[in-house]
Write a protein of this length. Structure first.
Length: 477
């Protein structure tokens, strides 16, 4: 039997599929979820603050596109390493060390910022801004290690028949984090400046460490976990993905929304700042972010349906449509509504993917599989962002600022000051929806759907016949 840590009362819960979780596992998961959400608020607060600040200082779309693309590119580069760490070490240890590392990096960046000075760092013609941004990027990326660990704690602490609901709660927490982040980043940069923004972020991250260290996370350590061949076990992740027919296609399906996410990464904030100003966009982005909370709450309450793979593709179609139509007229309410719908759809896509992986991949390999998936999904956004940002700044925006272009496109995009960005979002959204429609016709979609349903049927059959767990058979770690 798999070794497990069982609480003193010996009343373990056994979900469908036979995996033992502690009776207070869900309560522990909630602590981990809230702690991780606050930590993510901190890193997002600093990263949003940097993006808002540099655009206000320079009005340069290329700068914001490069910042966002670099962030996602670094996540892609390090995700397999992060996934290997999650499988190699206990989840709490991974979270503690990730927080300590991020805190140290942010402190170093704060010292650099105050030593060089805000005015010199804000000059893109000097190297100081890029050094400052890269160091902050390093701290933010390290903190993302906790996201992979959080996904595996769902399997570790939550009964299997509640995985989809727990993943929906993760989406809700991310939505709350995004709402808080956008409001306070805009207000902090607008009224206090970048220096105070950094100090506030450091203080909040330190508080999460104080809460995390005494938290007890019981964890199984299976003897048959399988060898981890290196610190970046790309081969192990690849073999774990290939072991499940169609799972590689799931990664590609989920990457579709990130392709459009890269377009949004390059131009969404500049469009909002041009329309509302930095403080106003921070507020209205927070309003739109309530969609993330609503979407996550719906998933937490109702799950993601009998076929999560179909859910992913339908969500991607709707997501592309929302992005495409959010800027067909230069109207503030239309843009906020479109971004809100966009946000509301993301938790369903992410929860669906996580639920499939948690169902069909052994727990001992889930870190590497989540890392493998994040490698490809995170790479999709910077590829499009790095392509779109220069294209927007140098070609599309200048073209759409001409009278001839505005007259030519007025029937579709209306008139206004940001019709170039509107055209980019329209084309990107339509392309995203079209690719998802093609994916629905692919044989890999049917193959993975059948594999997932077989796993569900097997787990439900096991629930009907499985005897009660004798806690005396479990050996504490």
């Amino acid at each position: 039997m798999t070794e497990a840590t069982i609480p003193p009362d010996g009343t373990a819960q056994t979900p469908a599929g036979g995996r033992t979780v502690p009776p207070d596992g869900f309560r522990t998961f909630l602590h981990v979820l809230v702690n991780t959400a606050v930590a993510n608020v901190t890193t997002s607060f600093l990263w949003f603050g940097l993006t808002f600040w540099i655009y206000v200082e320079t009005r340069n779309v290329i700068a914001t596109g490069v910042i966002g693309a670099s962030y996602m590119l670094f996540i892609s580069m390090f995700s397999m390493f992060f996934g290997t760490l999650v499988d190699r070490f206990r989840k709490k240890a991974v979270m503690v060390w990730a927080t300590l590392a991020a805190l140290a990096v942010f402190l170093l960046d704060a010292v650099f910022f105050f030593a060089v000075g805000e005015e010199r760092i804000g000059d893109l013609g000097l190297p100081w801004f890029w050094i400052f941004a890269v160091v902050m990027l390093a701290g933010s990326v390290v903190e993302q290690l906790r996201g992979i660990a959080l996904s595996t704690t769902v399997t570790l602490l939550v009964p299997e028949n509640r995985h989809a609901n727990a993943n929906g709660m993760v989406g809700t927490a991310q939505g709350v984090a995004m709402l808080v982040t956008s409001v306070f980043s805009g207000l902090s940069v607008g009224f206090l400046g970048m220096g105070w923004t950094i100090l506030i972020g450091i203080a909040a991250l330190a508080l999460t460490l104080v809460h995390l260290v005494p938290l007890r996370i019981p964890e199984e350590r299976a003897a048959e976990a399988g060898p981890i061949e290196s610190w970046v076990d790309l081969r192990g992740g690849w073999l774990a993905v290939r072991a499940v027919p169609g799972l590689l296609a799931l990664v590609l399906f989920t990457s579709l929304n990130n392709l459009f996410g890269g377009v949004a990464m390059a131009v969404m904030d500049p469009y909002g700042i041009d329309m509302f100003g930095v403080q106003g966009w921070g507020f209205w982005f927070a309003v739109a972010s309530t969609g993330f909370i609503v979407g996550g709450a719906v998933v937490a309450k109702r799950g993601i349906g009998r076929n999560p793979i179909r859910t992913i593709l339908i969500v991607v179609i709707a997501l592309g449509a929302a992005g495409a139509f959010s800027t067909i007229r230069e109207l503030g309410w239309l843009y906020v509504l479109g971004v809100g719908v966009f946000m509301a759809l993301i938790p369903a896509a992410e929860a669906a993917e996580q639920t499939v992986i948690q169902r069909v991949v052994p727990f001992e390999r889930q870190g590497r599989v989540f890392g493998f998936a994040m490698t490809f999904e995170a790479a999709a956004a910077p590829i499009t962002a790095l392509m779109i940002a220069p294209l927007a700044e140098l070609l599309v925006i200048p073209y759409m600022d001409t009278d001839a272009a505005q007259r030519q496109w007025a029937w579709l995009l209306g008139t206004g000051d940001s019709r170039g960005i509107a055209l980019i979002l329209l084309i990107g959204g339509v392309a995203c929806a079209a690719l998802a429609c093609v994916a629905l016709l692919a044989p890999q979609y049917r193959q993975l759907s059948a594999r997932y349903q077989a796993a569900v049927d097997e787990a439900e059959a096991g629930t009907e016949t499985e005897p009660e767990t004798d806690s005396r058979e479990a050996v504490p770690v």
